[in-house]
Design a binder for this molecule. Structure first.
Ligand SMILES: [Mg+2]
Length: 399
């Protein structure tokens, strides 16, 4: 019912009247800090726009706020700390449940952020929980991939660390990896109890989920030197390592970013790089090509999910103004990665408006040549200046 409701609302938003309003925005504008002199007053109610923020390279670098992000986000709340403009975080990152990430972000940015405002690369996996509810699935990646999948409703999930531990000699390099020996005593006790009851060695793995960045490529891809490699074994044998080659169980990636901006001065390899490595090795070693599904930006479905989430976080003070109408004339995507954030927003089309910051992956003086944004700014704070100024003017109120 909720999806039907959203579709009806979306039809309303694509009316000629609304299209005309969006088409009046000048495309590919460049915006520099010297053009901004002061903060405009708060926009009037109801806000007919929403905002999706990328996190890495826009809001944070590592755990450090950048680009004036705390001040920029505070402008979306009133003096009492109540949300007045709907916004979400739309990141390809992840590795912890949305509830935990919301708490972490709240602490780092000194504002209240609810779990419904956090959309991570793996959030769409929730939609597959019914299909694999009681099936054995493997969760790969840094952080707490098992907690993430359990919170989504998957009941028979093992981390790849734990799954690999049931197969002797599956990783010939294990003894050289000091961090793995330290981890051995700290594994999730509930998933280990579940594993002991169900004997994962005799169960067929029904799906593999790459939840976050792989910590141990050489084991997870099943290193290029040896044949007994974990992921290739699972995938090439239909889910039973050591058995003959069979059909491949479904493989899902939370995102396909080739790189991202972390604390190190230059970009770091992301999940897309891991996917390329796995795919090329797998296709070299086995007769069938690797089949997989990638979520995350720039996948247009992710932007549709973000619209849905933004409708859900519309402040209650706006509800009487919406009156059954689609609430947004413009949705802003603020990101630092042209091939992910800007490409995704452009593919999603109306009502998305893309803003590229120079605070992360993109550092060019002009617009990106392939995925040109609707606006280019230095920081998220400048992006917020532009949005609030424009929305205030469009509402007919004086500044
Ligand atoms: Mg980013």
């Amino acid at each position: 019912m909720k999806m039907e409701f959203l579709q009806i609302l979306r039809k309303s938003a694509t009316s000629p009247q609304n299209r005309r309003r969006v088409s009046s925005i000048s495309p590919n504008r460049l915006f520099s800090s010297h053009q901004i002199h002061s903060h405009p007053p708060p926009p009037p109610y109801p806000a007919s726009f929403g905002i999706a923020f990328d996190i890495d390279g826009v809001i944070l670098r590592g755990d450090t706020p950048i680009g004036g992000s705390p001040q920029a986000l505070k402008r979306l709340y009133d003096d009492s700390g109540t949300l007045r403009i709907p916004y979400v975080f739309l990141t390809n990152g992840g590795g912890v449940p949305e509830s935990k990430r919301a708490m972490e972000l709240s602490k780092l940015l000194s504002i209240h952020i609810s779990p419904s405002q956090v959309i991570q690369g793996h959030s769409p996996f929730k939609q597959l929980a019914k299909r694999f509810e009681n099936e054995l699935i493997i969760a790969v990646g840094k952080g707490e991939p098992v907690s993430v999948m359990s919170e989504y409703g998957f009941k028979n999930v093992l981390s790849i660390d734990e799954y690999a531990s049931y197969f002797e000699h599956i990783d010939p390099l294990r003894h050289y990896k000091n961090w793995m020996n330290q981890q051995a005593g700290c594994e999730n006790s509930s998933s280990r109890e579940m594993a002991m009851r169900n004997d994962p060695c005799s169960q067929r793995v029904q799906a593999v989920f790459i939840v976050s960045d792989s910590v141990d490529w050489s084991r997870d891809i099943q290193a290029f030197l040896y044949l007994n490699i974990v992921l290739c074994d699972i995938l090439s044998t239909g889910g039973l390592p050591g058995r003959k080659i069979s059909s491949q169980p479904p493989l899902y990636f939370a995102s396909d970013d080739l790189s991202y901006q972390g604390l190190f001065p230059t970009e770091r390899l992301g999940m897309g790089a891991f996917r390329i490595a796995l795919e090329s090795i797998y296709n070299r070693m086995y007769p069938n090509v690797l089949e997989y599904t990638s979520y995350g930006k720039p996948n247009p479905s992710v932007f549709r999910n973000a619209e849905n989430a933004l409708v859900q976080v519309v402040p209650s003070s706006m509800n009487h103004c919406i009156n059954g109408q689609y609430p947004f004339k413009t949705l802003y995507m603020i990101g630092d990665n042209p091939s992910v954030d800007i490409r995704g927003a452009k593919q999603a089309g109306h009502p998305w408006f893309s803003i590229l910051t120079r605070s992360g992956v993109f550092k060019g003086k002009e617009n990106h040549t392939i995925y040109a944004a609707d606006l280019v700014v230095d920081t998220v704070e400048e992006a917020m200046d532009y949005i609030l100024r424009k929305e205030t003017c469009q509402s007919g109120r004086s500044t």
